[in-house]
Design a protein around this ligand. Structure first.
Ligand SMILES: NC(=O)c1ccc[n+]([C@@H]2O[C@H](COP(=O)([O-])OP(=O)(O)OC[C@H]3O[C@@H](n4cnc5c(N)ncnc54)[C@H](O)[C@@H]3O)[C@@H](O)[C@H]2O)c1
Length: 255
């Protein structure tokens, strides 16, 4: 088991990529906590993962520092001391700068940028105290290259890139590693939801177009991100820090 003895907190893990990462960690022997704004769903997933109660569920709104502190206190009381943190919770907005209101921009930055800031700030001191650990942030292909209609989202994920490297550099001597994953489109509720809201009436056609945009010809499966996360959060990647890992089915290979 590649993560035996590890204790991992994954944010936004009640569904999608976060859930797949949590499942992969649990399979590899880690003790896991699902932190999500949707507590009922987080609880249901924790029970499904470990019917005996070994997987924890906690309500956490990553955009709200008080909620993050409360959740961390609750986990600490339960004896949960993470040495792996996955900042996965995130939201999207579809639109160019002219289609983005200041409130849209602030909402995306609050969750995607302040969320990483709040949770990392809350858990990093304990990780250092306990001798180190691994932080994995969920960036995006949109943090590396411009994508149509992703103005606010791309800005937020570019910030995640540099927050990852800053933490990696500042805390390398404290035993902390920080890396990020940059996926192209992963088929999750996030994609299904924005197909419904932003591409209404053209959902199937857009789904096909987005799948074909990735030269391999399909969207990524959440479990394919889970495999990469296991590597980056286990000791197998002990020499890897400050790096970003692209998983894009060939999008950036060339034109
Ligand atoms: N799906 C993709 O194509 C894709 C591609 C690249 C990067 N990503 C990134 O991967 C991460 C996960 O994406 P997904 O597709 O699984 O999303 P999703 O929308 O399917 O699931 C997101 C989860 O995060 C939770 N969440 C939302 N806001 C939260 C908050 N403020 N605090 C705590 N939890 C919150 C939701 O309840 C949900 O359980 C995001 O950061 C996303 O930007 C996704």
């Amino acid at each position: 088991m590649r993560m035996q003895g590890k204790t991992a907190l994954v944010t936004g893990a009640a569904t999608g990529i976060g859930l797949a990462i949590t499942q992969a960690f649990a399979r590899e022997g880690a003790r896991v906590a699902i932190a999500d704004i949707d507590l009922a769903r987080a609880r249901a997933q924790a029970t499904a993962l470990a019917p005996g109660g070994a997987a924890l569920a906690v309500r956490m709104d990553v955009a709200d520092a008080a909620s993050v502190d409360e959740a961390c206190a609750e986990l600490s009381k339960a004896g949960f001391a993470p040495d792996v943190l996955v900042n996965n919770a995130g939201v999207i907005h579809v639109g160019t700068i002219l289609q983005t209101t200041l409130e849209d921009l602030r909402r995306v930055l609050r969750v995607n940028v302040e969320g990483v800031f709040n949770v990392t700030k809350a858990l990093l001191p304990g990780m250092i105290e306990r001798g180190g650990g691994a932080i994995l942030n969920m960036a995006s292909l949109a943090s590396l290259t411009a994508m149509h209609d992703r103005f606010a989202y791309s800005a937020s994920k570019a910030a995640v890139q540099m927050m990852t490297r800053s933490v990696a550099l500042d805390f390398v001597k404290s035993g902390i590693r920080a890396n990020c994953i940059c996926p192209a489109r992963v088929h999750t509720e996030m994609v299904d939801n924005y197909l419904k809201t932003s591409y209404a009436g053209k959902e199937e056609e857009t789904f096909r177009r987005f799948s074909e945009y990735q030269p391999i010809g399909r969207m990524i499966r959440p479990d394919e991100i889970g495999h990469m996360a296991v590597y980056l959060c286990s000791d197998e990647s002990a020499m890897v820090t400050g790096s970003s890992f692209l998983i894009d089915g060939g999008v950036l290979t060339g034109v």
